[in-house]
Design a protein around this ligand. Structure first.
Ligand code: AKG
Length: 293
């Protein structure tokens, strides 16, 4: 089988797996709250997200970006040959499929780094009380962080098409909470996130393979929906978006000459059952409540 056909067939297998979640519903609303303001509660229940401007200091965002670059340089330096994916020191690094027009260093060719939240500044972030208080009002007092990914959106990279994160999470309960921290400014030109407010109230839709040439493995797309009411989120460095895992979202292509970066975490209720075979990118760590040692 030609290399490209192999890629297509594994993309198809991946999409079939994703679509096992089709039709699931997560209509649970926040009722009692301890920490959220009335406006935040309403935003979550009606729109599926909470936006917190200026959540994390800019110098700490720069530190996150630099730490990931150091991880990537060491990861690729430790590897003997050109790879699409790298595994090193517990982290998983994935290269961008679509080559950037501006390559000087290995980080200019990367797409994502997973499994960062066990240590250092990445771990400090997920233990912040001001973050976990909000997550507690949504998920309850027993909380795990199960996924972390740093997203390099280098100049020329495609945006991720419309999707619902729960399509990736074949768990026994929902929702999960995504926390998308802008570690650089996110603009229309450099590929900001775009959401469809209120779409978290819908079921998981069918996701089809992203068939753009050079699109990343794992990108799938909702096509059976009207997205005219899309809302781009132009964010400053340090702004935080918390979003429901059923919320439809995508990101624009990076048409600028600069990298757009984000540190993204996902939280679930402790005790969530992930089925027989968990994704290798997941790593379950208790951050509050009964799962703590
Ligand atoms: O940051 C991006 O470009 C896309 C991120 C996204 O869609 C996600 O984290 O699910």
């Amino acid at each position: 089988m030609a290399k490209e056909e192999q890629g297509n067939s594994s993309k198809e297998e991946f999409t079939n797996r994703i679509n096992k979640q089709k039709g699931r519903i997560s209509s649970k609303l926040i009722e009692e709250t301890k920490y959220l303001s009335q406006t935040q509660k309403q935003s979550w229940n009606e729109k599926g997200f909470i936006l917190i401007p200026n959540f994390f200091p800019e110098d700490k965002c720069i530190e996150i970006n630099q730490t990931v670059i150091d991880i990537v340089r060491s990861m690729v330096g430790n590897s003997e040959e050109f790879n699409h994916a790298y595994i090193d020191q517990g982290h998983i690094g994935i290269r961008e499929m679509k080559p950037s027009h501006k390559i000087e260093n290995i980080e200019d060719e990367m797409s994502k780094v997973f499994r960062l939240h066990q240590t250092g500044i990445f771990n400090e972030f997920i233990k912040r009380d001001d973050l976990l208080n909000i997550v507690e009002d949504i998920l309850g007092e027993n909380i795990d962080c199960f996924l972390s990914q740093f997203i390099f959106k280098n100049p020329g990279a495609w945006g991720q098409p419309w999707h619902q994160d729960s399509s990736y999470f074949p768990f026994d309960r929902a929702p999960q909470v995504g926390a998308w921290l802008a570690t650089s400014a996110a603009t229309k030109e450099n590929g900001c996130l775009v959401i469809l407010p209120g779409s978290h109230k819908e079921v998981i839709h069918e996701h089809l393979p992203d068939d753009r040439p050079g699109s990343n493995y794992g990108y799938t797309e909702i096509k059976d929906h009207d997205f005219k009411k899309e809302m781009p989120l132009f964010l400053n460095t340090g702004d935080l978006l918390l979003f429901h895992s059923f919320l439809m979202h995508k990101s624009y292509d990076n048409k600028s000459n600069n990298r757009r970066t984000a540190m993204v975490y996902h939280f679930a209720e402790t005790g969530t059952n992930f089925g027989e075979l968990d994704s290798p990118t997941n790593e379950w760590i208790s951050v509050r409540g009964k799962g703590l040692p």
